[in-house]
Design a protein around this ligand. Sequence first.
Ligand code: AMP
Length: 222
Amino acid sequence: MTERGSRNIILLGAPGSGKGTQAARLTERLGVPAVSTGDIFRANIAEGTALGKEAKGYMDRGELVPDAVVIAIALDRIDANDCRNGFLLDGFPRTTEQADALDRHLAAAGRGIDGVLLLDVPTEELVRRISGRRVCRSCGASYHVTDIPPARAGLCDACDGALYARDDDNEETVRNRIEVYNVNTAPLTAYYEERKLLLRIAASGASGPDAVFADILKALRA
Ligand code: AMP
């Protein structure tokens, strides 16, 4: 179980469960970087790199990028200097193979995961949340047209960047992403429960992002 000061954290949850929103708050509070494999892919797509070209087709269809590709970039990122005192993983691991690779990699360096936050949201709520999601092109902050609206329409509160809807946030792709989550990623809850690392957080819309964040801090004793 997580102790005060523990800093290697995984954020687990279906697409639309609020991982990005809570990661932004947590990274500020804990002073550790958020590592989002989805953000790494999107940056590579924007830059037109070979990795971006490889990932784009999978992402547009709502499928998972192959394990070998994701594992290599995620572990490389975790080894960067700014992660030496901790990291917050958002969107990785998403399969048991990724979780095993992460476990082995950290163990080899005398490190480990301190806590796994599961953001629990009823499936029927996820589609509504994702279809209203808007993301800042500059800093990646997440908004929702009605649930978390920016102060000025279309502009980020934090950095004035332009807000946009992600390519893969259309309804058809979203339904596939949720199905992929249920098949490939949901088993990770049992995986981390067995290791006594799972911290379940009720994160439905009724709670609201502030209440969810308060529950996360309580669970982490942060
Ligand atoms: P996200 O921003 O976390 O919702 O990720 C967007 C998309 O990037 C996913 O639907 C996948 O296509 C891909 N992706 C991100 N992280 C992973 C991962 N850990 N394993 C496989 N694919 C991933």
